[in-house]
Design a protein around this ligand. Structure first.
Ligand code: G3H
Ligand code: 13P
Ligand code: ZN
Length: 335
């Protein structure tokens, strides 16, 4: 194990029983709710997410980025997730977020992840298909699902829409007919789409919007092409809640003009067919707000439990809200 902090002498065993991403997708499509795919890097985030979903009886996906593996060491993350699985009853899947090479995807498949994302969206269409196809061929031998991405997550502030770009045949945004061809040619199990979404806390300048009409057309094109109720994935789905921006700024932070996707847009995206909704920034902001408040109000405090505890509670409250009021996955754990 060469990644991240410390080199493990352990050979990574597969994860203890997880719920398969594929099974979660099938139920979510049937129940018309979206699965929260929450990024994790440390114990407090994992605990907050699991506790919130356990209390709300919401199935979920924990996702791990390359950066998370480098930060925490894959063995630590695996053991923390195993601990979470062992103390909870809800269905939990584990997903690689934004895998950038076949080798990283293979490593996660070998470790027992229930799904991986291969992100070759910066490549030309044919190259993206070729790389995705290679991951799919390996993953499917091990019953692992593959998410890929078509289009480019530049966000609406660079709203070039149909203007050229190498990654897609016709521009930054996902084109419905290309989505059909991409899914057919690559064999991927779910598709991340670009409809004006982007990562981070500064998603929009001025009007905040996703191209939801385009989303409807993509879903319909896949249906018309007999690809069924095909699962789409919405990256960059943090809403950057105003109360968190205000709290961070009130306690010494500096996040002017932070803006996310309106929750109303996420709800429409869910109804139209975004079955997996990726959230990271909102978790980071909740944690930051919680820590900043303690630091500002109790400058003498130096016990990490006294600031990580409240921060964990802030993340938990946020996740509860998401699964209950936005994703509508609450109550579906045992369907
Ligand atoms: O889409 C990116 C996720 O928010 C993960 O971010 O690569 O900084 O871990 P990261
Ligand atoms: P946010 O930055 O909006 O949380 O998006 C996270 C994401 O898409 C992870 O893949
Ligand atoms: Zn993403």
């Amino acid at each position: 194990m060469q990644e991240g902090r410390g080199k493990s002498r352990l050979v990574m065993n597969k994860f203890m029983p997880l719920t398969h991403t594929k099974d979660l997708f099938a139920k979510a499509l049937k129940g018309k709710y979206a699965l929260g795919a929450f990024n994790v890097n440390n114990m407090e985030l994992i605990q907050a997410i699991i506790e919130a979903c356990e209390e709300e009886k919401a199935p979920l996906i924990l996702q791990i980025s390359k950066g998370a593996r480098q930060y925490a060491n894959p063995v630590y993350l695996k053991k923390l997730i195993e601990a979470a699985v062992s103390v909870s009853n809800i269905p939990i899947a584990v997903h690689l977020d934004h895998g950038d090479t076949f080798e990283l995807c293979k490593q996660c498949i070998d470790e027992g992840f229930t799904s991986v994302m291969i992100d070759a969206s910066h490549e030309a269409f044919d190259k993206n298909v070729e790389i995705t196809r290679k991951v799919v061929e390996y993953a499917h031998k091990f019953n692992c699902s593959v998410e890929s991405e078509l289009g480019h997550l530049v966000g609406a502030q660079f709203d070039e829409g149909e203007e050229g770009g190498a990654h897609s045949m016709s521009g930054h945004y996902t084109v419905p007919e290309e989505a059909v061809k991409f899914v057919r040619d690559s064999g991927c199990d779910s598709l991340a789409i670009a409809i004006g979404n982007s990562h981070g806390a500064y998603k929009f300048k001025g009007e905040q919007h996703l191209d939801l009409e385009r989303l409807k057309l993509i879903k319909q094109a896949l249906l018309d092409a007999n690809l069924g109720d095909y699962p789409l994935v919405l990256h960059g789905a943090s809403s950057v809640p105003k109360y968190l921006v205000d709290e961070i700024n009130r306690y010494g932070g500096k996040m002017p003009d932070a803006q996310g996707v309106p929750e109303a847009d996420i709800e429409v995206a869910r109804r139209v067919g975004c079955t997996k909704v990726n959230i990271d920034t909102d978790l980071r902001m909740a944690m930051t707000a919680g820590i900043r408040k303690v630091f500002a109000e109790k400058p003498g405090e130096f016990d990490p439990r006294k600031f990580l505890g409240p921060a964990r509670q802030m993340v938990k409250d946020l996740v509860r809200h998401k699964v209950k009021n936005v994703l509508c996955s609450a109550g579906h754990a045992f369907d």
